[in-house]
Design a protein around this ligand. Structure first.
Ligand SMILES: NC(=O)c1ccc[n+]([C@@H]2O[C@H](COP(=O)([O-])OP(=O)(O)OC[C@H]3O[C@@H](n4cnc5c(N)ncnc54)[C@H](OP(=O)(O)O)[C@@H]3O)[C@@H](O)[C@H]2O)c1
Length: 446
């Protein structure tokens, strides 16, 4: 059984109070019996417990806040491997940890490369170097993003760009791309940019930072001949859980398409200006939103099966939604019926004329077919009974609905109204009232 693999293991997790980290911890601790889970958190135990109690209903939060198996370490990632931890703690981690889940990251898409060098790249490199010295290390899991390869939209002319579970070098295929990654990293530290970044059209600096981080993590493993220890998980756009820890689980700002719904809710015009190269964008452009529990179960299954390299945690060709399907679900959430429709242009995805959400997310109007071949193959190794209890693929048996995220749409619409200096009642007027999902479902229990 997948869960038996984690029994008696010692784990170290960064980002354990975030969207993925919280869902991952809940799942692990309710299904298996690891020996100890060390959670790195800026602000330590009080901060972590307050965050979990804030985002989870009490019976689920208790799984984390009262677990004897969890030890919260007050520390922070930065440009050294010490994480502000004592030498004694660092030695203890080194001697005991079997699996590292590195989920902490800035998710600020538009921060400059200079900022991301500190918030994404340096911490990932330092932590990888440190973890690869652990004598009992079985797996180092690095959370990247499927959009680390979003520059391929500009490289290809297709209106549906296929992306495989591999590294796409930014130079020529035959070049030593680990060496090139080291050169790029060195240039970024000196100048705040790199030639490969300047010559490829990534939607955001964050996408390139993750692309480079993947290569640098692998490069560190190559140096130590430990490529088999690295698992890179690439989620697409995170969405609320289908099943675990309960249907609809999300953090208030964790799901980007909820932010999009909130901004569209308050859009005053009749047209939302978006960019595309698709001929029938409503039907052809897609959003690959993946439920957070699919990301968690894929990660835990691949770790247990010993997978290494890149794995997509996505909804894939069968599970993604067309823009039309998503907008249909969105319109049902608006209290006052509204005939607004996308106004599609062929402007560049960086164009300042697009709707604010298109300027922020850039990938609206595109379509990526992310391969999930490695998970399809992993499933062949699992028994039918084991599969019943796993959420490895997004459930698309029902039409798309945003009902379970009503509360978060409203909360974010209030933030949008405040930012625009509009009265808060405008959010109340336009958004349907929703309670936090866990309050709707009285069956939520540990
Ligand atoms: N959200 C998405 O749609 C999405 C999509 C694809 C990939 N991903 C990737 O998946 C991973 C997890 O994302 P998420 O949505 O779960 O993120 P999240 O909810 O924003 O949580 C980020 C976590 O990282 C921690 N953190 C950030 N910087 C840190 C630092 N310097 N030191 C220590 N802890 C730090 C935060 O701690 P504090 O509580 O102290 O702030 C928080 O626990 C990230 O690598 C992200 O890039 C996310």
């Amino acid at each position: 059984m997948i869960w038996d693999y984690y029994d008696g293991k010692t784990l170290f997790i960064t980002g354990g109070t975030g969207f993925i980290g919280t869902a991952l911890l809940c799942r692990l601790l309710s299904q298996s019996s690891p020996k100890q889970v060390y959670v790195l958190c800026r602000g330590g135990s009080d901060k972590a417990k307050a965050k979990w109690s804030n985002i989870l209903p009490p019976p689920v939060a208790n799984i984390l806040t009262q677990s004897k198996r969890i030890t919260i370490l007050d520390g922070e990632l930065g440009n050294t491997a010490t994480m502000n931890l004592s030498e004694e703690t660092l030695q203890m981690l080194k001697q005991t940890v079997h699996i590292v889940f590195h989920a902490a990251s800035s998710v600020q898409l538009h921060n400059s490369l200079r900022e991301l060098a500190y918030a994404v790249l340096a911490p990932s490199i330092c932590l990888t170097q440190y973890a690869l010295k652990f004598p009992s290390l079985e797996r180092f899991v690095f959370f990247s993003t499927a959009y680390a390869n979003a520059h391929l939209w500009k490289v290809h002319e297709s209106t549906d760009v296929s992306v495989d579970e591999r590294i796409y070098p930014l130079g020529r295929e035959e070049e030593d791309y680990y060496k090139i990654a080291l050169q790029a990293w060195s240039t970024i530290q000196k100048t705040g940019s790199s030639d490969e970044y300047d010559t490829h059209d990534f939607p955001w600096p964050y996408a390139y930072a993750k692309h480079l981080a993947e290569r640098l993590v692998l490069q560190k493993a190559v140096e130590r001949n430990k490529m088999d220890k690295i698992l890179i998980i690439r989620p697409s756009v995170l969405g609320p859980a289908d099943r675990f820890p309960y249907p609809g689980f999300a953090t208030s700002e964790g799901a980007p398409s909820t932010a999009c719904a909130a901004a569209y809710m308050l859009h005053p015009g009749r047209q939302i200006r978006l960019s595309t190269r698709c001929e029938n964008p409503d039907q052809e452009s897609t959003i690959d939103e993946v439920p957070v529990d699919v990301v968690v179960d894929r990660t835990l299954v691949h770790v247990a099966l010993g997978t290494s390299g890149c794995v997509h945690a996505v909804s894939g060709e069968q599970g993604r939604l067309s823009t039309e399907e998503w907008l249909h679900a969105f319109k049902k959430e608006r209290r006052i019926p509204w005939k607004a429709a996308p106004f599609w242009t062929t402007e560049d995805w960086h164009s300042p004329n697009l709707h604010q959400m298109a300027r922020q997310f850039k990938i609206i109007g595109t379509s990526f077919a992310f391969s999930q071949e490695r998970t399809v193959r992993a499933v062949e190794k699992l028994g039918a009974r084991e599969m019943e209890d796993l959420q490895l693929f997004a459930d698309r048996s029902k039409p798309c609905s945003l009902r379970l995220r009503r509360h978060h749409i409203y909360h974010q619409a209030v933030q949008v109204a405040k930012r625009k200096k509009w009265p808060v009642w405008s959010a109340r007027l336009l958004c349907r009232k929703g309670k936090p999902v866990a309050h709707l479902d009285r069956k939520v229990k540990a």
